[in-house]
Design a protein around this ligand. Structure first.
Ligand code: ZN
Length: 491
């Protein structure tokens, strides 16, 4: 669920201008910070991030790996391309034509896992308690780098029909081409290493964020690197550092219970809907005391069944967003108290159901630059040379904080995200060519990761150092948002 590219560009340019004004030497990380408070808290971290990027020198690494001739790599890439052209493009078209929404992707999962089983993978379905999540482990691998591939397959819920307006339908077949080409190479060349495909459902739905649930259940444990692809309106990569496409988010349901009664004798009951209405009014009243970047949106999902019965149950569902998780926690505490106040004021009770969150992820230049160089090498179009806002390779931020990885974004559509045009493009040349390029670039990068120890060392170094810098940034933010001192009242 990436933000529309145009708004992402605008964010990037705005922040870049500020960054250049403050610190000419290292703009990339500065662009992760969206507010003056964040930029001030990050000043030391930005400087050290610049030093880290110089040490890693991802541009030189990408040039070394991608520009030089390499017959073995080219053979792996050619195999992935042949698999795509021979069978997997048709599979992608088929899944696009049979959209299934989150947690109901049974047909898509069966198609993908049957293929993986036929190609030497041991498939485990229903992992982490999610019926349409799966893990497929290559059975002939030998101990060595564990190469992970995340694939998604859920469609969007449309008003007319469900549809693949984010092209998740194609991620599975692309990932399969990569998984089979790379695993065959590992076996044939006796190269240490193995491949694991992670089938992650319901990217477009929260609750629950399925990747977080799977991560907490230990599904991704042992992966040394994870690759993932996503539809894109251009060929691009994020800047290194940490961040997210679309603010840090808390998803929370406020569930109120009251007591039913006839509305003509409502004093005999307690009205849960009134409590929900109070909550919305309380939130609106608080907005002026919150930093202006705060975004709070709520809907009422339950508000009673009949106008002649005092509603004894009402539920509001909120997304609470802020550019960083530290101030977000303060906002969340205020909204929770607004809900408690609403319950107290109406004689009802409230349960606070924290069902999901999205957080900043970690972005690794040593992986991003190699991926981007391969996308260009294999013919990616609409190339955006300026690195985009830093973000993790998966939307929850939970996995990308613990395991280094990279999202591949070749140009696959001329329509916007979540549109019917993007779905049509999945079946057209622009999609087919972009998907093939993604499959080739991903195979090449995993080949390099399996065979080049220096590449692995740099990825590990950059990831570990960035994670520690991110910790320092969060610690600095904690000091940047002091709570006001509210005195005890006196007569
Ligand atoms: Zn998506």
């Amino acid at each position: 669920m990436p933000a529309p590219a145009r708004s992402r560009h605008r964010l990037a340019h705005h922040a870049l201008a500020a960054a250049v004004a403050v610190l000419v030497a290292v703009p990339p990380l500065a662009r992760a910070q969206e507010t003056p408070t964040q930029r001030a808290a990050a000043s030391d971290v930005v400087k050290r991030q610049g030093e880290l990027e110089q040490r890693i020198n991802a541009a030189a690494l990408a040039a070394r790996l991608t520009a030089a001739p390499n017959a073995k790599r080219d053979a792996v890439v050619a195999r992935a391309k042949a698999l795509w052209d021979g069978e997997l493009q048709a599979m992608a078209d088929d899944i696009t034509r049979h959209p299934e929404v989150g947690f109901k992707e049974e047909r898509s999962v069966t198609i993908l896992t049957d293929y993986l089983t036929r190609h030497g993978f041991a498939v485990e379905k229903g992992v982490a308690g999610l019926a349409t999540a799966f893990v497929a482990r290559y059975t002939k691998g030998t101990p060595g780098p564990n190469l992970g591939i995340i694939v998604e397959y859920d469609a969007l819920r449309g008003t007319v029909r469900d549809y693949h307006g984010d092209q998740h339908s194609t991620q599975g077949p692309i990932g399969l081409a990569v998984a089979v080409a790379v695993s065959e190479f590992l076996t044939a060349s006796k190269t240490p290493g193995t491949v694991t495909v992670y089938g992650t459902p319901a990217e477009e739905m929260m609750p629950p964020p399925s990747k977080t649930v799977m991560h907490q259940a230990g599904v991704f444990a042992g992966a040394d690197v994870i690759v993932r692809t996503h539809s894109s309106v251009n060929s691009q990569r994020p800047a290194p550092g940490f961040g997210t496409c679309c603010l840090n988010i808390d998803g929370v349901r406020y569930i109120f219970s009251g007591a039913p009664a006839h509305q003509m004798t409502a004093w005999e009951g307690r009205d849960a809907l009134t409590a929900v209405i109070h909550l919305f009014q309380n939130v609106d009243g608080l907005r002026k005391n919150m930093r202006p970047e705060t975004r709070i949106q709520g809907i009422i999902t339950e508000g009673g069944k009949a106008p002649n019965v005092v509603p004894d149950r009402a539920v509001a569902d909120f997304y609470i967003r802020y550019p960083d998780e530290v101030y977000l926690a303060q906002v969340k505490a205020m909204i929770d108290n607004a809900a408690r106040g609403a319950a107290l004021a109406t004689g009802t009770k409230v349960m606070i159901d924290d069902y999901g969150s999205m957080r900043d992820g970690i972005s690794v230049a040593a992986l991003n630059e190699v991926a981007f160089a391969y996308i260009k090498k294999y013919g990616g179009t609409n190339v955006v040379n300026e690195p985009q806002k830093p973000q993790g390779y998966e939307e929850t931020g939970s996995v990308s904080r613990d395991i280094p990885g990279v999202g591949f974004s070749a140009h696959t559509s001329n329509g916007g995200f979540h549109t019917y045009e993007m779905e049509s493009d999945a079946l057209a040349d622009v999609g087919h060519q972009g998907f093939r390029i993604d499959a080739m670039a991903m195979s090449a990068l995993l080949y390099d990761f399996a065979t080049d120890a220096d590449f692995r060392t740099r990825v590990k170094d950059e990831f570990g150092s960035t994670k520690s810098l991110f910790g320092d940034y969060v610690a600095a933010l904690r000091k940047a948002y002091p709570l006001p001192d509210v005195k005890d009242p006196s007569k």
